[in-house]
Design a protein around this ligand. Structure first.
Ligand code: RUQ
Ligand code: CUA
Length: 664
């Protein structure tokens, strides 16, 4: 009897949570929770809100998520793939850091990709990934590629979503740190890498006193060749900027296609150094009441680049600041105190900028910006960049709370802004072109939902495309404090899933996902049906680096062989459940070994590993995949190679010997 009553109460709660505005729900006992479910709920102390959240997120075994969240992996240098709404982690993608499960960076083609990001005299094997940028067609995610930056070393990586593997890393030849990227232009013509802390172009030595004259900002337009699946540095260019600290950027789309917007701070040109009696950076960079939103005409910049109107610095085309001013590529407009974020509305009409020390978001009108540029007569900043007065560019300001950072959108005319200091997600109404989408006042705060804690970025389902979906928002919280079991003083980050399917003040917190591997920054959430990944590689012998059949693939054990030419030994090996062919490889100390391995399986998930003890070699060979390793057999001895994936009942038997005979 108690359980029957409880189940009615619980169901009532579930329904009430779903239709609070529509008056009391009238549940019948027969529609209640099953008694055993009600007992579980009672035993676990679940509230009606908890049960609603569980029903919104629980994903039965074998069912797929409708969305994939591609998240930055922060200091891990990697990327994460997470199912939404289940919040199940599906994959860590090795990007800037060797990744053992994928055999990325332990002898196979990952070594070459990682080496593309090295400096001439320094190997770099980690990254601080910040902002994933999915490739777009007409301002919509197209599911083909995702790009991400490494803030720590100013690099950019290209991941192909056919196999979720990194294909290319490019090192910015003129910057050593970046931040405001990656983001793409609406058809992925360019992958843009925005700068951060100013430095001399090419990071050459320049003393602090030369800051205003020599230090510069630099935004990079990496040309993306979609057919090759690679960035083409020869077709890429940069624009020199004043030494403000350009921060977060977004590409215009729709009506603002062809333009790019970046917030900035430190227009004070603060150089810090309290040890020399200067204000420290955090004070010096926050002195001015306003900084500058940077407004770029990238289509015109592309034309200037194509006309050859640039300097080549370290092999890269750099459009000089004076050229950018003369040609009308760059404009400024003021932004309030310590701005952060720059997020273009779905139709491209407005640009929303947060203010770390301002309770408002400021909304700029692209139309007004264009009118001001056309009217001319603008005054200039200290570097000669034309400045559009705020009252000529601003559409509205909305007071949201403390520490507004980033903004995403939905299909109901709402914007969602992360409030770092308030630890909340603010839902507010767009006006103007969006006012008829919702019944509320335009440009008004609708709801502030507390999150746990210190939210940085925010992501929404298809939330920065031309047509956001509007079902889910994820808060990417920097602190988790008391949310999880104590695992020591270094705490996981906390991704919190929020239900945004209902209008008005009905956002609900659904689920927490602890990220215990680094501090991710941004994430994007793509509709899962847009991603058409391979189930197995299309043909036996597939080389994931070239995305074609490898000339050294062998398709059957009969073709396996070992050939010697002087001290060069070349091995063609097949890999299949549950053996390597050949199983014994005998070479001599000092031999140079080139070893081709082909997984000839056609069965989904029949991945084999190849670990070679002692030689720091470790591969993952997915069905159909070919990899080549190359090493000098300097250490004599008896070594096993073995499979690291539990592929079959005879997985332990999947091994072989490498005998390295000592040189005499
Ligand atoms: S920003 S610290 Cu993405 Cu808010 Cu980098
Ligand atoms: Cu192949 Cu284990």
């Amino acid at each position: 009897m108690y359980q029957r009553t409880l189940s009615m109460l619980l169901l009532f709660g579930v329904l009430a949570a779903g239709c609070r505005a529509r008056g009391p729900a009238t549940a019948t006992p027969s529609a209640g929770l099953p008694e055993d479910a009600a007992a579980v709920a009672a035993q676990r102390g679940l509230t009606p809100e908890n049960i609603y959240a569980a029903l919104k997120t629980y994903t039965p075994s074998g069912q797929y998520d409708p969305y994939l969240m591609i998240a930055s992996g922060g200091q891990s240098g990697q990327m994460l793939v997470i199912g939404v709404p289940s919040m199940r982690i599906l994959k860590v993608i090795g990007v800037f850091t060797p990744e053992p499960w994928q055999g990325y960076g332990f002898g196979g083609s990952g070594d070459e990709i990682l080496a593309q990001g090295d400096l001439p005299d320094q190997e770099i094997r980690w990254g601080d990934t910040h902002h994933p940028g999915l490739s777009e067609t007409n301002g919509e995610y197209d599911g083909q590629f995702v790009f991400i930056n490494d803030k720590a070393n100013a690099r950019l990586a290209v991941v192909d979503l056919r196999d979720f593997e990194t294909k290319q890393i490019v090192k910015n030849p003129n910057s050593m740190i970046d931040h405001g990227g990656t983001f793409v232009t609406p058809n992925t013509d360019y992958v843009v890498e925005g700068p951060q802390y100013a430095a001399p172009i090419g990071w050459e030595y320049a003393p602090q006193e030369s800051y205003a004259d020599v230090y510069r900002g630099l935004i990079t337009f990496w040309k993306f060749d979609r057919v090759a699946g690679r960035v083409d540095p020869a077709q890429s260019f940069q624009i020199e900027l004043p030494p403000y600290w350009q921060d977060l950027c977004d590409a215009g789309k729709g009506v603002s296609d062809g333009w790019i917007f970046c917030n900035s701070f430190n227009t004070e040109l603060a150089t810090g150094g309290p040890e020399d009696g200067n204000p420290p950076f955090e004070a010096g960079t926050a002195k001015n009441d306003t900084d500058y939103l940077h407004i770029f005409d990238w289509k015109k910049a592309e034309a200037v680049f194509q006309a050859g109107n640039y300097d080549t610095i370290n092999g890269m085309a750099v459009i000089r600041l004076e050229t950018a001013i003369e040609e009308g590529l760059l404009y400024f407009t003021p932004e309030p105190k310590s701005p952060h974020g720059s997020d273009v509305t779905p139709g491209g009409e407005y640009i929303v900028v947060g203010g770390k020390l301002d309770p408002h978001v400021t909304i700029y009108s692209f139309e007004k910006i264009q009118a001001a540029i056309a009217a001319g007569g603008l005054s200039a900043d200290q570097y000669g960049v034309p400045v559009i007065p705020l009252d000529q560019s601003m559409e509205a300001q909305v007071e949201l709370g403390l520490g507004p950072l980033h903004t995403v959108y939905d299909d109901k005319g709402y914007a969602y802004t992360s409030l770092f200091l308030d630890s909340a997600v603010a839902r507010w109404t767009l006006g103007g072109a969006y006012a008829d989408k919702h019944p509320e006042e335009p440009w008004t705060l609708v709801q502030k939902l507390p999150v746990q804690y210190n939210i940085g970025h925010i992501a929404a389902a298809e939330g920065d495309t031309a047509s956001p979906d509007g079902n889910y928002v994820v808060a990417l919280n920097k602190w988790s404090i008391d949310r999880f079991n104590n695992v020591g003083p270094l705490l996981p980050q906390n991704f919190q899933l929020i239900d945004t399917s209902q209008t008005g003040d009905q956002m609900k917190l659904l689920y927490d996902l602890p990220i215990g591997m680094a501090e991710p920054h941004y994430a994007q959430i793509i509709s899962a049906d847009k991603v058409k990944a391979f189930e197995v590689y299309p043909e036996v012998g597939w080389n994931p680096e070239t995305m074609a059949v490898d000339a050294n693939a062998v398709t059957s054990p009969e073709q396996s062989r070992v050939e010697r030419d002087g001290n060069q030994v070349e091995i063609w090996m097949t890999v299949v459940r549950s053996h390597y062919t050949p199983e014994w490889v005998e070479i001599k100390q000092g031999d140079h070994v080139v070893w081709h391995l082909t997984n000839i399986e056609r069965t989904r998930d029949a991945t084999h590993g190849f670990a070679l003890s002692g030689y720091n070699i470790n591969l993952s060979l997915e069905p159909g995949e070919t990899q080549t390793i190359e090493f000098d057999a300097n250490m004599p001895g008896t070594y096993n190679f073995f499979c690291t994936e539990f592929c079959s009942a005879l997985h332990l038997e999947m091994t072989g010997y490498l005998l390295v005979e000592p040189a005499d």
